[in-house]
Structure formats: structure tokens, C-alpha cells
Design a protein around this ligand. Structure first.
Ligand code: TRH
Length: 381
């Protein structure tokens, strides 16, 4: 019989929580043949990244997953054999009580946030007994090295990307009303939080010697772009030119279409957690904006990934990547954004070559859903 899994996701902010929970649920059902229920407390946010979702349905089947509305008070439900709590979202009390009545009790996993920091490996897989109930929760840490929980990716992601890159890009651009890029043009996607460095970077792009097309999915960066353009607002489908820079606003798409945007662009500005990993799997250069945390705690995360990502990259190219990433995250830098951009441009070829080979390094961490299934099977024995 197929093992049953329940994944609980509380949407706190943005699209990362649901983006990751949904990717994991799809992978477990589609690639591992598991019976998966995904409990989500905000189906409207979910619909943003997966428009097939009916935001009013209590229960619906989607991509082989049973999607359940997580409402309060929580209606009685028989717990699955494996329970995943995404990002410490705290399971509903009645469900937890029902888990403690099961024999054997479910394997209970807390799926943690991703970080490249060195402490992750030591914490990955640690048990935490419940203070009252006969249950043990295991902390599962995704990460960039083999001794962590690995990274989310579909087993055949590479083949899908290669097929698209071989023959899918012209149609992709046409569908968005864009011509195929000119030989010397740079296509950039921009998915970002509000960012003080953005106007200065836009100035640098508009003064670039070669054409730059910047594609911006609707979202938090839009008001800043509108201010920079001196227009009252911006909508999907609108385009503006300033010097060498063409700005194009895109609708926020489903996750799979967003992947294709990352594959089609020459450089991707990404944020948070999931888009950062997808941009790395896209084998294209990226600039990462870490999710801002109090007291700049995200700078440690940034520095850890930067150190890992630039390993094996030549000195000047590593400096250029580091300069862009640090500026983009508000870290003090000796030179301004425009100079950092010029340095990045000068090192572009080396940075592109590095990004192409980077996926081989990423693969050494292992695939999260495979490793999670192994981890759970060992506990079920
Ligand atoms: O939306 P985010 O800022 O989510 C954040 C981070 O995950 C952060 O680590 C977490 O602590 C916080 O939420 C609560 O960035 P992220 O993680 O990249 O998630 C965005 C999701 O949206 C991702 O799954 C890709 C998806 N997406 C689309 O489906 N279509 C789009 O057009 C775009 C731009 C993104």
C-alpha cells in the first residue's frame, strides 16, 4: 500500500511557504507515487502560483495531490503515516492529539528553511520529543551539501530545461509579445522585494552600452519602478524604454511558467528561497535578494551562499558576483552600484560559464524529496 503523507502549510508571507510546500507535495505524489494531502490555510495565495486551485473548495484534487483547506476549528481527520509541518507552522491541536493515539505514531517532520550556513548539517535530522505526548518531531534541514536534507528539484528538471533551451525560447518570447533577443542584448528577469539599490541599478542599465530588457513579474518591486519611470502605476503588458533599457511588466505566472522565464533569461534577480534555488537550477547567472530579517540576520545567509556559490570562480568574477549580491542586499560596499554593474558586465562570460557548471555542484547535495523519503522510510522500519 502507498504510504500516506500530510503536509501542513501556513502561509505567513509572500509565496515561498506555499511555493515550497506545493513543489514538495507535487514531487512526492508525481515522482514517488505517494498518497499526499496538502493542508493550506490560504488558498488565495496558493492560486497565485497555481491558478488551477479553487480558492473556495474545502478539498480538491490537483496534480495527483489532495489539496485541503486548513480551516479553524479543525475538523477531525485521521492522521497520515507521515506528517510534514512546513516551517514550524504548528499543527492543529486536535490533529496532534489524534497523531498521539496512532500506533505506531506517524513520522513527524518539521521542514526547515534552506540555508548554506555551516551549522545546518549538524542540526539536520535531530529529534525533538514532544513535552507531553508520545510523539517525536524530526528537524529536516534542506541544504547545499550531502550531509544536509538536499535541495528541491524534479528528477527530470534538467531534461525539461534542455528541451526548452533547444527549441522553446522563440515561442516563449512570442507569447509574451517580445521579439527574439538581439545578438548583443541582455535579458534580465527581476523578482524582488522593495530595494534601495533598484533606482541606481536602473540608471546604470539605461546607460549601458548594449541593450537590456528587464522583465518584471507584477509584485512588490512595481511601485518603485513606477516612481523611477515617473508614472502613476504599472500593469502587466506595459513596456517602457529609457536609454538602453526596455522595461516590460509581466503577469505573475504559475510556477512552471516562471521556470521557463528563468531558463530564457541571461540573468535572473531572485529573492527568498524557492526562486533562488530555481535560478540556480536554471544554469544562468543570478543575483539573490535574501528575505530581510531583523538585525540583518539574513546577511549571514547571504555570505554563506555567496561563499559556496563562488567557489571555483576566478577572483575577479567572484568579486563581481559578490559586489552585486552584497549591494542588492544593502551590505556596505567600497564601490557604488554602477561600478559593481560595470564589473559584473566585464566578467559576464566567466560568470555565465560558472552558472552552467553550477548544477553539477548542486546535485551533490542530493534531491530533497528522495532524501526525505529515505529518511522517513528508515524511521518507519
Ligand atoms: O515569495 P518569497 O519572497 O517567499 C519568502 C521566502 O521563501 C522566504 O525564505 C520565506 O521566509 C518567506 O517567504 C516567508 O520568495 P520565494 O521563496 O522565491 O517564493 C516565490 C514563489 O513564487 C516561488 O515558488 C516561485 C513562485 N513564482 C511564481 O510561481 N510565478 C512568478 O511569476 C514568480 C515571480 C514567482
Amino acid at each position: 500500500m502507498r504510504a500516506t503523507w500530510d503536509i501542513f502549510c501556513n502561509v505567513v508571507d509572500n509565496y515561498g511557504d506555499i511555493g515550497i510546500a506545493w513543489r514538495l507535495a507535487r514531487g512526492l505524489a508525481g515522482e514517488h507515487g505517494l498518497s499526499v494531502r496538502l493542508w493550506v490555510d490560504d488558498l488565495r495565495a496558493f492560486r497565485h502560483i497555481w491558478p488551477a486551485i479553487d480558492a473556495d473548495a474545502d478539498r480538491q484534487a490537483c496534480e495527483g495531490v489532495t489539496v485541503c483547506a486548513w480551516r479553524m476549528p479543525f475538523a477531525p481527520a485521521e492522521p497520515a503515516q507521515v506528517v510534514v509541518e512546513a516551517f514550524g507552522c504548528a499543527l492543529p491541536e486536535p490533529y496532534l492529539a489524534a497523531m498521539s493515539m496512532q500506533s505506531p505514531p506517524p513520522v513527524w517532520i518539521n521542514l526547515e528553511y534552506l540555508s548554506a550556513e555551516p551549522w545546518v548539517a549538524a542540526h539536520h535530522g535531530l529529534p525533538s520529543p514532544h513535552p507531553r505526548l508520545p510523539l517525536t518531531k524530526y528537524f529536516y534541514f534542506p541544504g547545499y551539501t550531502a550531509d544536509t536534507g538536499g535541495l528541491l528539484a524534479e528528477a527530470e528538471l534538467d531534461q525539461r530545461r534542455a528541451g526548452f533551451v533547444r527549441s522553446g525560447t522563440p515561442a516563449f518570447w512570442r507569447e509574451r509579445g517580445l521579439a527574439v533577443p538581439q545578438a548583443d542584448e541582455l535579458r534580465v528577469s527581476l523578482f524582488a522585494y522593495e530595494n534601495p539599490a533598484l533606482p541606481v541599478l536602473l540608471d546604470a542599465w539605461s546607460a549601458d552600452a548594449r541593450p537590456i530588457t528587464c522583465l518584471v513579474p507584477e509584485g512588490r518591486a512595481i511601485p518603485q519602478l513606477a516612481t523611477w519611470l515617473s508614472v502613476p502605476g504599472l500593469r502587466a503588458g506595459e513596456a517602457y524604454r529609457r536609454g538602453a533599457l526596455q522595461l516590460q511588466i509581466l503577469p505573475f505566472s504559475d510556477q512552471d511558467t516562471y521556470d521557463r522565464l528563468l531558463w530564457a533569461c541571461d540573468l535572473n534577480f531572485v529573492r527568498g528561497e524557492d526562486s533562488c534555488v530555481r535560478a540556480q537550477w536554471a544554469a544562468r547567472p543570478l543575483v539573490w535578494q535574501a528575505y530581510p530579517q531583523a538585525e540583518a540576520a539574513h546577511w549571514d545567509k547571504l555570505d554563506a551562499l555567496l561563499a559556496h556559490y563562488t567557489e571555483g570562480l576566478g577572483h575577479e568574477a567572484a568579486r563581481a558576483v559578490g559586489g552585486m549580491w552584497r549591494h542588492w542586499n544593502g551590505q556596505p560596499e567600497a564601490v557604488g552600484v554602477a561600478a559593481c554593474w560595470a564589473a559584473w558586465r566585464a566578467q559576464q562570460v566567466a560568470i555565465e560559464r560558472h552558472a552552467e557548471g553550477w548544477c553539477d555542484r548542486l546535485r551533490l547535495a542530493g534531491l530533497l524529496s528522495e532524501k526525505l523519503v529515505d529518511f522517513v522510510e528508515n524511521k518507519l522500519k
